[in-house]
Design a protein around this ligand. Structure first.
Ligand code: Z15
Length: 824
């Protein structure tokens, strides 16, 4: 039905038939959710044909495959994106229109697949989209969490977490593959024997608990190329095949325990972004999906190949941060204990197969498992880690004789902990950072010793985003306009978007561009009215900060500045001030006190400011509830200003910054992460840069910080804002509501360093940059040039470019052409 030409009438009939067979209803009687299911099943049918054709083509080509191992895949919704990539979105929209069905309403019925926290998980999702679009054989491997990222409710200004029951209505875009189930074992003890025949050591795990891992496959549709790759997420089920004897209490208890273990393992995504929590269950999750994925990949390899010593010729494993690093010793275990390789052979395979991406320099994100926990849960894996460590330290001592300082810093096992990053670097053949600045900081600071010992492993892969979801789907008005001007090549080759540059000097084009922005602001204003009950004026500047709530991202700086502006407007009502709408969206990890207090502060400032009639609507503050991929698409399209204000050196890359740029919003930001490269592409005159540089920050940090009191007592306007945290202005007179935030700045109670994130230090510089934003916006000709330049210069930031770099430097894959799976 979608084959050569979209067959509208067939499609309409299929939807009708689906409604009838699934629900015994007519189109008119069906609920929107039922229509979503019916439409999805019609689409799924076509996808599945291409899916099997793709796997067949890969099989025949015997192509090398990348396995992207990740605890997170922040996919968002599938239906609209699949239609875009199948290049039938408009046809389907039209067909449904004729049936009196609004595709947008249908899309809104789909829950987001929120199997991730933030940037790291969304990056994985963008990579899968690009891999499929670029014809590369790839699997995403992860966990099918029963509950994904929590839903955020705002009650009385506070965040409340509600479980995300995303599978409640069933997921039309998944396929359960019971036939590929794998057993995964935990705990117990290792018995050591010598094989009497061969004299080889054998290791037998005893008294363990085990679960059965069941894969669910989700199709990843490439753009217009009939490629459908696979995201394989594992569910857990108890193994119940041993005989349950009613007199055998041991067995019974074990059965119940395994039942519980299975349920618990895949129950919920840990809601921490950039923070390690050290929970045993989290390590179980990691080992669970890694062991299952590796068993499956080896089994698949062995179907066509008999020498597992050459696994690396057909398989490459990318470890998305340290979370999947247990892949290193697990691959060693499978190769040695199951496949009969000796240590040297197994190490050769493992170190030619595994590569590692680092996503942060934040110390609190580093995974360091307590050895007692690690060895109890994974006894055989621990033995292997010990041996990897032992052999590595021999090399270190060879290279740096007498330098025990190096040993201490580089060992995997140290001070009772297993340091996962060290293992990933030692075993990986590639170590990459995610933006130029980030990689440079890794080489010269965080990972300096490793870089000096093995410089050839280190490389940079600046992140990217998919223009298919964040422009073609999220901003259809702009997408059509661009295609009108330069053709649709940008959809699969974003470098072509530079062809817009000449239009920057075309006044009509600029007006059209700004009219589209305005329409998108109206669309967002409507969403805000419906979901937050707040009226915002689409003619005001939409100044947006959407991302996870974290101290280093400095939402606190943003809201303090809003408090400062409010004081100014109140004090100088005659002062000219361009109306501004500050928009926030952010989830805080459930146990992160300061982050939660920041959300409350934003909402309290919003309440005061939005209800103060004396300021004539000059200032509005909106906190968008439950920020997630689906509403992000609306938000980026409507933004005027992109807030990227992390403390320099802390944001490894950022990817939201690129989504704003793509949609024509200039960056107001620090020289951090990929902001640096954005400024390079768009020109310093088209960005609003402020604050300490990363060198300055690192310098202060190496010298014990700075003294915020010096600023506090010398800047009375800023002091007044800080004092307002404690004087009840934004708390109905409660003097304690923001005490944790207040203390974090001035360190009157806190155990941390005062103002660790340089908020007071950067405040004036930020306020100045905000002034420059206002000046620029007042000049609508200048602003429209600047806005268009963002879109015209964002070519570098496609995840297609990023993936091509991974392929060229790390993965070495070949493209496979796939015929349509539909009979023509
Ligand atoms: C996460 O979202 C990121 C890094 C992490 O180590 C963890 Cl645990 C979660 C983010 C970075 O903070 C962000 O700067 C980067 O753009 C993103 O990963 C993708 O690389």
């Amino acid at each position: 039905m979608f084959s050569k030409r979209f067959e509208k009438e067939t499609f309409k009939q299929t939807v009708k038939d689906n409604i009838r067979t699934l629900y015994r209803k007519t189109i008119e009687e069906a609920t929107p959710q039922q229509l979503f299911q019916a439409v999805s099943y019609a689409v799924k049918d076509v996808i599945f044909d291409d899916w099997f054709a793709t796997q067949k083509a890969y099989d025949e080509a015997d192509a090398k495959t990348v396995y992207y191992m990740s605890m997170e895949f922040l996919m968002g919704r599938a239906l609209g994106n699949n239609l875009i990539n199948m290049t039938v979105y408009k046809d389907v929209k039209e067909a449904l229109d004729e049936m009196g069905i609004d595709l947008n309403v249908i899309e809104d019925q789909e829950p987001d697949a929120a199997l991730g926290n933030g940037g790291l998980g969304r990056l994985a999702a963008c990579f899968l989209d690009s891999l499929a679009t670029l014809n590369y054989p790839a699997y995403g491997c992860g966990i099918r969490y029963r509950y994904g990222m929590f839903k955020q409710k705002i009650e009385n200004g506070y965040q409340k977490e509600v479980p995300d029951d995303w599978l409640r209505e069933g997921n039309p875009f998944e396929l359960r593959r019971e036939e590929y189930a794998k057993e995964v074992r935990f705990g117990g003890n290792i018995r050591f024997e010598k094989d009497p025949a061969t004299g080889k050591d054998i290791f037998i795990q005893e008294n363990y608990e085990s679960v059965l891992a069941i894969p669910y496959d989700m199709p990843i549709v490439g753009y217009g190329n009939h490629v459908v790759n696979t995201l394989r997420v594992w569910d857990a089920k108890a193994i119940t095949d041993f005989k349950l004897d009613e007199f055998d209490r041991g067995n019974y208890h074990k059965a119940v325990e395994q039942e519980n273990l299975a349920k618990l393992i895949v129950d919920v995504l840990y809601p921490n972004d950039n923070h390690y929590s050290g929970k045993e269950l989290r390590l179980k999750q990691q080992y669970f999906f890694i062991s299952a994925s590796l068993q499956a990949l080896i089994a698949k390899y062995k179907k066509k190949h008999d020498d597992v010593r050459k696994l690396y010729e057909k398989v490459v494993i990318q470890m998305n941060d340290t979370h999947p690093t247990v892949a290193v010793p697990e691959l060693m275990r499978l190769l040695i204990d199951q496949e009969g390789l000796n240590w040297e052979e197994a190490w050769d395979v493992t170190t030619k197969t595994c590569a590692y991406t680092n996503h942060t320099i934040m110390a609190e994100a580093l995974e360091k498992w307590p050895i007692d926990l690690f060895s109890r849960l994974l006894p055989r894996i621990y033995q292997i880690v010990q041996e990897i460590d032992r052999r590595f330290l021999i090399k270190v001592r060879e290279m740096y004789p007498g330098n025990e300082h190096k040993v201490k810093k580089m060992a995997i096992l140290m001070d009772g902990q297993v340091r996962m990053a060290n293992m990933a670097i030692i075993a990986g053949f590639s170590v990459n950072g995610v933006a130029r600045l980030h990689t440079d900081i890794l080489k010269t600071q965080q990972l300096r010793d490793f870089y000096e010992m093995m410089p050839e492993k280190f490389n940079n892969k600046t992140n990217g985003i998919t223009q298919r979801r964040f422009l073609a789907h999220g901003n259809p008005l702009l997408a059509d306009w661009i295609t009108d001007k330069i053709g649709d090549g940008w959809i699969t080759d974003l470098s072509q978007i530079a062809k817009l540059k000449p239009y920057v000097e075309d006044e009509t084009a600029r007006r059209e561009f700004m009219e589209i922005k305005y329409k998108n602001k109206v669309r967002l204003a409507k969403y805000i009215k419906e979901h937050n009950g707040i009226d915002v004026d689409p003619r005001s500047i939409f100044d947006v900060q959407v991302k996870r709530l974290h101290e280093y991202k400095r939402q606190f700086l943003n809201i303090l500045h809003i408090m400062y502006l409010y004081n100014q407007i109140k004090e100088h009502p005659e002062m000219s001030f361009y109306p501004r709408t500050f928009i926030f969206g952010a989830k805080a990890a459930a146990g992160y006190l300061r982050a939660k207090e920041t959300i409350k502060l934003i909402n309290s400032v919003a309440e005061v400011v939005n209800n103060d009639r004396s300021i004539n609507g000059k200032l509005k503050v909106v906190f968008i509830e439950d920020y997630r991929v689906s509403n992000a698409e609306l938000i980026f399209a409507a933004a005027d200003v992109s807030e990227q204000i992390s403390t320099a050196s802390k944001e490894a890359s950022g990817t939201g910054n690129m989504k704003f740029m793509l949609n024509g919003a200039p960056t107001l930001g620090t020289m951090d992460g990929a902001n640096v490269e954005i400024v390079q592409e768009v020109g310093a005159e088209n960005a609003f840069i402020f604050g300490l540089s990363s060198e300055e920050v690192i310098n202060y940090e190496n010298n014990g910080g700075y003294n915020p009191q010096d600023i506090y007592f010398n800047d009375w306007e800023l002091k007044r804002v800080v004092d307002q945290l404690m004087d009840g202005t934004y708390s109905h007179g409660d003097h304690n509501m923001y005490k944790n935030l207040y203390n974090s700045l001035l360190n009157t109670q806190s155990t941390d360093k005062a103002d660790m994130y340089f908020i007071l230090k950067d405040f004036r510089s930020y306020a100045d940059a905000q002034k420059r934003v206002e000046e620029a916006y007042r000049d609508q000709q200048r602003w429209s040039r600047m806005a268009m330049m963002q879109t015209a210069c964002c070519g570098k930031f496609s995840s297609d470019r990023t993936i091509e770099e991974y392929v060229a430097d790390i993965w070495h894959l070949e493209k496979v052409e796939v015929p349509s799976g539909q009979e023509e």
